[in-house]
Design a protein around this ligand. Structure first.
Ligand SMILES: Nc1ncnc2c1ncn2[C@@H]1O[C@H](COP(=O)(O)OP(=O)(O)O)[C@@H](O)[C@H]1O
Ligand SMILES: [Mg+2]
Length: 247
């Protein structure tokens, strides 16, 4: 029990950005990828980051996942300021706190589905990585594909393996950059359903897309334009059932 008057520690998956900017100097010019972003996201939220190509979506995700550092401002995840952390602390942060999911899946081609997920769980220091991998692949509907190599799986199945790999690490935050970009409509919808389940399980889930239709499934849409946050709230017209999507 914490002493009276001492606040509870923030949940491991809470995210706070304060005045965050990221600028790149290219030759004589400065490119502003992200400017003056303030944001709070809590565990259990299923958030879509929406914006056209070049609006700063990937930059924002990389700043939250400690793959990049802001030029200005603070990024706080799970109560710790990752902008003032040492390289060693950031290494631990990436291992234990964030799971990344990419448009092109990024699976190891020479490892089976089970080995890909086990590897992720192992790096994250899970006690029984094989068991965690099996359980998570079951959970994403791939319990009968454990021994398949990536090239023996469909695009949707490969993305399921990538989600399982991120989830099996035990990370409280999942960051997905255009995770349905390579998939057909039906398969993309299944992937979104799976990501929504992860938020329902208490994880913090941020999904990047340039597709306004996808944004309709989120509880909350954060809209970027030229690196600035220009919208934050439920999707226009209210949340849509996943069955009602068209793209
Ligand atoms: N390493 C970099 N060097 C210079 N400019 C960059 C770099 N990374 C991204 N940018 C620029 O920052 C802006 C935002 O890029 P990005 O975050 O990738 O956008 P999005 O993911 O929304 O397409 C773009 O104008 C892009 O050209
Ligand atoms: Mg991008």
């Amino acid at each position: 029990m914490p002493a009276p008057g001492v606040p509870d520690p923030p949940p491991r998956g809470s995210i706070t950005l304060e005045g965050v900017a990221r600028r790149y100097v290219v030759g004589e010019t400065t490119v502003t990828a992200i400017e003056a972003v303030d944001l709070v996201v809590e565990p259990g939220e299923f958030v879509v980051i929406l914006g056209p190509s070049g609006s700063g979506k990937t930059t924002l995700l990389n700043l939250i996942g400690a793959l990049d550092s802001p030029t200005d401002g603070r990024v706080v995840v799970g109560g710790r300021d990752i902008t003032s952390a040492s390289r060693r602390e950031l290494y631990a942060f990436r291992r234990h706190t964030v799971g990344f999911i990419f448009q092109t899946f990024n699976l190891f081609p020479g490892l089976t589905a089970l080995e890909n997920v086990e590897f992720g769980a192992d790096i994250a220091g899970r006690e029984d990585p094989r068991e965690a991998a099996q359980r998570t692949l079951d959970r994403v509907g791939l319990g009968d594909r454990l021994e398949h190599f990536p090239h023996e799986l469909s695009g949707g199945e490969q993305q399921r393996v990538a989600i399982a790999r991120a989830v099996a690490t035990g990370a409280p935050v999942l960051l997905a950059d255009e995770p349905t970009g390579e998939l057909d409509f039906r398969t993309g919808v299944q992937i979104l359903e799976l990501l929504r389940e992860q938020a329902a399980d208490g994880r913090t889930v941020l999904v990047v897309t340039h597709n306004r239709e996808i944004a309709r499934v989120a509880d909350r849409v954060i809209e970027l334009s030229s690196g600035r946050l220009v919208g934050d709230g439920p999707p226009a017209g209210g949340p849509a059932a996943i069955d009602d999507l068209h793209w």
